[in-house]
Design a protein around this ligand. Structure first.
Ligand SMILES: NC(=O)c1ccc[n+]([C@@H]2O[C@H](COP(=O)([O-])OP(=O)(O)OC[C@H]3O[C@@H](n4cnc5c(N)ncnc54)[C@H](O)[C@@H]3O)[C@@H](O)[C@H]2O)c1
Ligand SMILES: O=C(O)[C@H](O)COP(=O)(O)O
Length: 529
């Protein structure tokens, strides 16, 4: 039974979801903060469910010998080393929509808080000061809100702000004009947004392009008295520059939920006039936490139990509905990749995969990943369908995928061709109605073979007496033949034998087979069945 560790404060509903779906679970919500302890125990688990407190670093991933999936109950995955996870074949998934409304509402709440100085007024009132004239605010009606990053959360903030009668302008290179119209926002350039906005709210991920997107230079171009809200990620705003601008009065207030260093026990913004801070509470409502916990547990369990993949950041999706239909083709793809990979001895330059018939309409991206993993496995023992595309790319191997929905001689057909420094070698297969994969062509020679765990692959000259000599040799070597498949181009020409053997075939036997008259190549191949 697969076993998952929940190492952050997820709603305990996640525990029940895992159990109901047949996954064992350890709920240790504080463990994620203890790096050493996490490294010590992570090797026992198939899945790791986290929020933002657990850091799935390179070291954690290196120690995660059995880990297959990291599930982020939330959106941001900047606490996960996705590259290292991908290299180790670990799927990283998040829940991209579960907390968006909640976070957008927090941004709106922060905008009101900074417009009316609510936190400071509250503290003063409760201290018995009644400082009515000290807390003069501003209306937000008719003010311009500049949204930087108009994706899920930015889009929700925009619609809420439009409802509050604000003028909303947005900078987002990926915002289509149609979507802007739908949201009721004006799409603008960043410089324009800085010049025009009374309030600026940030909603982008933290990337090399967005780090310090609100810099000292940017602040200098803003309206005097602008207010800045950041409920996205610390690091989007240059905190030192903002602190200076608040002190000088250029910026009238700031509301921050996220900080460059978290947990933020101290920060240059703390204590400045009209600065409102919350401790990364954007996603902290009971509704959002229930949503993301259930969703992440369902997604992780579906993957661990059925192989369905959703919301993965490093792997194409496979829905729970298509997973069973895809299963025999996953097996065929694995066998084709493994077959070709085991026979490839010289430098691999390119991989071509052709899908024909019914299979061309299926999730071929996932199948291609399986083929690649099969091809690379003899070279890289730890590769799997998650890491294979990145590993192939790293090695400069070109990948070409073609799909033809029209059927040829078979209802479905997959042909894999490996291009090496010396030659092109192709192998093709199909899945019949019995859902069992068959190899139907090797190097253009037709046959029909079901693969077993131990296969003997021989290319030879089609001459009388060869099969007898081979049978005698295998018999004297105590190797029982389970199935025997033959194919040839034409009488007397190149021939191929693909033979299933009950047991492993030693190098010594292979050497004896190669010494038989007419044999060009002999190889023992292993497959997972
Ligand atoms: N405070 C919290 O607790 C909390 C909760 C949830 C999400 N978040 C954070 O909020 C942010 C937004 O989340 P989302 O779900 O809306 O993500 P999203 O992917 O739906 O939207 C992000 C948008 O940013 C845009 N973008 C990317 N680079 C940009 C750039 N250089 N300039 C302008 N726009 C750019 C993208 O095109 C996209 O539309 C993320 O950083 C996420 O981690 C914070
Ligand atoms: O990216 C997110 O989903 C938010 O930052 C929420 O983080 P949290 O789960 O730690 O509250």
């Amino acid at each position: 039974m697969a076993k998952v560790l929940i190492s952050d404060k997820l709603s305990p509903t996640a525990v029940q979801v895992f159990k109901d779906k047949g996954v064992e679970v350890d709920y240790l919500p504080d463990l994620g903060k203890d790096k050493d302890k996490l490294i010590e125990v992570i090797g026992q688990y198939d899945g790791l469910a986290i929020r933002s407190a657990t850091k799935a670093t390179e070291k954690v991933i290196a120690a995660a010998d059995n880990l297959k999936v990291i599930g982020r109950a939330g959106i941001g995955v900047d606490n996960v080393d996705i590259e290292k996870a991908t290299q180790r074949g670990i799927i990283v998934m998040n829940t991209p929509f579960g907390n968006s409304i909640t976070t957008a509402e927090h941004a709106i709440a922060m905008m009101f808080a900074v417009a009316r100085q609510i936190p400071a007024a509250d503290a003063s009132t409760q201290a018995g000061k009644w400082e009515k004239s000290k807390f003069m605010g501003v209306e937000i009606t008719s003010k311009t809100l500049g949204i930087i990053g108009c994706g899920n959360i930015g889009g929700i903030v925009a619609t809420r702000a439009v409802g509050l009668k604000m003028k909303v302008i947005a900078f987002d290179p990926f915002l289509s004009p149609e979507r802007a119209v739908e949201l009721g926002v004006e799409k603008v350039e960043l410089a324009d947004l800085f010049k025009r906005a009374d309030f600026i709210s940030l909603h982008t991920p933290l990337t090399d392009k967005t780090r310090n997107i609100v810099s000292a230079d940017a602040i200098a171009t803003m309206k005097d008295g602008v207010r800045i809200i950041n409920c996205a990620r610390g690091g989007l705003v240059d905190e030192d520059a903002l602190a200076e601008a608040i002190k000088s009065g250029k910026v009238a207030g700031a509301a921050f939920d996220v900080f460059t260093n978290e947990p933020a026990k101290e920060n240059v913004l703390f204590g400045l006039p009209n600065v409102v801070c919350t401790p990364h509470l954007g996603a902290s409502t009971s509704e959002a936490q229930e949503n993301v916990a259930i969703q992440v547990a369902e997604q992780m369990a579906d993957y661990l139990v059925n192989g369905a993949v959703s919301n993965a950041l490093n792997m194409p999706s496979i829905t729970a509905e298509e997973a069973p239909r895809l299963t025999p083709f996953v097996k065929l793809s694995d066998q084709l990749g493994s077959f070709a990979g085991q026979l490839t001895e010289s430098g691999l330059k390119g991989i071509r995969i052709e899908y024909e018939g019914d299979v061309a309409e299926m999730n071929t991206r996932a199948l291609t990943s399986v083929v690649l993993a099969g091809v690379l496995k003899p070279l890289l023992q730890t590769v799997n369908m998650v890491s294979a595309p990145a590993m192939a790319k790293e090695r400069g191997i070109t990948i070409e995928e073609t799909r033809r929905e029209q059927q040829g001689n078979y209802e479905n057909y997959i042909r894999l061709t490996l291009v090496t420094e010396r030659q092109e070698r192709s192998v093709a297969g199909t899945v019949f109605g019995d859902a069992k994969p068959r190899i139907i062509q090797i190097k253009g020679i037709n046959m029909e073979a079901e693969l077993g765990e131990n296969m003997l692959y021989i290319t030879n000259k089609d001459k009388p007496g060869f099969i007898g000599r081979l049978g005698t040799l295998l018999g004297t070597s105590e190797l029982n033949i389970a199935t025997f498949n033959l194919g040839r181009k034409q009488a007397g020409d190149d021939a191929i034998a693909l033979i299933e053997i009950d047991g492993s075939i030693s190098d010594a036997v292979i050497a004896e087979i190669e010494a038989l008259e007419g044999v060009v190549q002999a190889k023992a191949l292993k497959f997972s069945v």
